[in-house]
Write a protein of this length. Structure first.
Length: 261
């Protein structure tokens, strides 16, 4: 009997396992009182049921309002480095919980599960998901993430990317202040593991940057961090983890300065 893939005219290929990619995060969630696994709603694709993975890290209470940060990875299915970096970053937080004090961190490690399974940048529907936001998209992954951005009113949105052509780590932040006081310190820390790209920053503000909807009274800061896939994987993971740690520390400092002005 012929396989379903052959009968449907699609080439048969072995799918990569989202569960295996998420296993380190799930293991921490089973033992940590502050780290929670809480997937978003289901959607159907190619006869299978998918959930959009979500993890929440609740830092100890700080002196003011809780700072809510959304961190998205693997929005291009062939870029799993960000998901692996989030697993490393959670280990750092477990060892140094002071880093997350005053924060609620929402991790979305595999924003494109069908693309990851197929090892393609686009989703199985053929969509570049990062180009679908706030355009009345029918893609379920985008709809779920848009709902999260609306519902949680994030103070910041960070997108983790990796790139096959860049020569070093780079990034983009909206505005001169964020570029100087968040992006630059993060890239300096990441340079301990991966050289800085000659371009230093991603010039195209729409390149891989997940944005909030227009017109918000208090828009979140928006930041993208991107490693070169030519670098050893473990160095990319360490670089992104170091950059995330620095962003949290520097953003807390920025808020403290603003409150004293």
């Amino acid at each position: 009997m012929k396989s379903t893939a052959i009968l449907s005219g699609r080439p048969s290929r072995e799918r990569r396992s989202v569960e295996r990619l998420l296993a380190p995060l799930e293991a921490v969630a089973e033992s940590s009182p502050r780290f929670i696994s809480s997937s978003l709603g289901e959607f159907q694709n190619d006869g299978r049921t998918y959930k959009l993975p979500r993890f929440i890290y609740l830092g100890a209470r700080g002196g003011g309002d809780t700072i809510r940060i959304g961190i998205l990875a693997t929005i291009q299915g062939d870029e799993p480095e960000g998901a692996l970096a989030l697993a490393r970053f959670v280990d750092v937080l477990e060892s140094n919980p002071e880093i997350a004090k005053g924060y609620a961190l929402f991790f979305y490690p595999v924003c494109n599960p069908t693309g990851f399974e197929d090892n393609t940048g686009v989703s199985r529907n053929g969509k570049n998901l990062d180009e679908e936001f706030w355009k009345n998209s029918a893609e379920p992954e985008v709809r779920y993430l848009q709902s999260e951005i609306w519902m949680h009113a994030f103070d910041g949105i960070i997108t983790l990317r990796s790139d096959g052509v860049s020569d070093g780590i780079c990034g983009h932040a909206e505005g001169a202040i964020l570029s100087e006081y968040l992006l630059e310190p993060a890239l300096r820390e990441a340079e301990q593991f991966v050289p800085r790209g000659h371009g230093r920053v991603i010039k195209d503000s729409n390149s891989g940057l997940v944005k909030s909807p227009a017109g918000l009274r208090r828009p979140p800061f928006e930041l993208v961090l991107q490693t070169p896939q030519s670098a050893p994987l473990h160095r990319q993971v360490d670089a992104l983890s170091a950059a995330l740690r620095t962003v949290l520390m520097e953003y807390r400092y920025l808020i403290a300065i603003a409150q004293n002005i």
